[in-house]
Design a protein around this ligand. Structure first.
Ligand code: SF4
Length: 257
């Protein structure tokens, strides 16, 4: 197994543990990863500095999605979700808001029951256009892997200024209409031991869950190969324990192993 890149702007449908039959929308380059995080567990691999970045235009995304949806519809193929994912952070795209409008329109035309989902690291929710666009989608899935700045720095390795408190305050704009996603694992990275399931980590993270009260929390663990080779998946029992603590708060939770 090795990390991989999506080689197309529209890819799939693939079977997603969390979203069912998921047709992917990759707003990032098709030949390299482009993200403002550099997570130790990223399935696309580590960031590569330098080089040119070519993003698909709004028109190219719309046209490619139209053709794919028309073909899938003609073939009676199911689509549960049209999902913004791919080779990095989708909300970085300068036309993200307009593309969301196009995708919602195409979804309504071909697969009105499908969800429009965005998997995001929540770094761009200080941008009003991005926030307004995320408020329109069905599954606004935003990452927070730890309540502790030091852990986020070690795990997600943000490439720009980032604090948990700023992110939590910005998440309040959604008034609970979002899904909080957290990857749980343990491992050693650059001489530092990371375990976001440790007691101090969990108690601080659960306080944030209680404060934000998202419509759902998605907890999951490593599924594919990762750039850092020493990482250990969360076990079934560890995820069940976390799930039960979330349920005790009265918050909905989905577990993917
Ligand atoms: S935010 Fe997502 S795409 Fe970016 S580095 Fe982390 S896992 Fe990879």
């Amino acid at each position: 197994m090795s990390t991989f890149l999506f080689s197309e702007t529209i890819f799939g449908p693939i079977h997603s543990r969390r979203l069912g039959s998921s047709l992917g929308v990759n707003l990032l380059p098709v030949s390299r990863k482009y993200c403002n995080f550099n997570c130790v567990y990223c399935e696309c691999g580590a960031n590569t500095p330098g080089g040119s970045i070519t993003l698909p235009s709004r028109y190219e995304v719309k046209d490619a999605l139209l053709q794919k949806l028309a073909q899938l519809h003609a073939d009676n193929q199911p689509v549960d979700s049209i999902t913004f994912a791919g080779n990095g952070e989708p909300t970085i795209h300068p036309d993200f808001a307009g593309i969301i409008d196009d995708v919602i329109n195409l979804r309504s035309r071909f697969y009105p029951n499908a969800k429009v989902s965005v998997l995001s690291n929540a770094t761009m929710i200080n941008n009003q256009q991005v926030v307004d666009a995320l408020k329109k989608v069905d599954m606004n899935i935003l990452k927070l892997d730890s309540a502790l700045d030091a852990t986020v720095k070690a795990v997600n390795r943000p490439t720009a200024h980032y604090t948990v408190s700023d992110t939590v305050n910005l998440l309040k704009q959604f008034n609970g209409k979002f899904i909080l996603q957290t990857m749980f694992f343990e491992g050693d990275v650059n001489g530092l031991h990371i375990n976001n399931m440790a007691e101090n980590e969990l108690s601080a993270w659960l306080k944030i869950v209680d404060e934000l009260r998202p419509q759902q929390v998605m907890i999951y663990t490593i599924d594919r190969d990762t750039p850092e080779k020493t990482l250990r998946k969360a076990t079934h029992n560890e995820l069940e324990t976390i799930k039960n603590k979330i349920l005790e708060l009265g918050v909905n939770v989905q577990v993917s192993e």
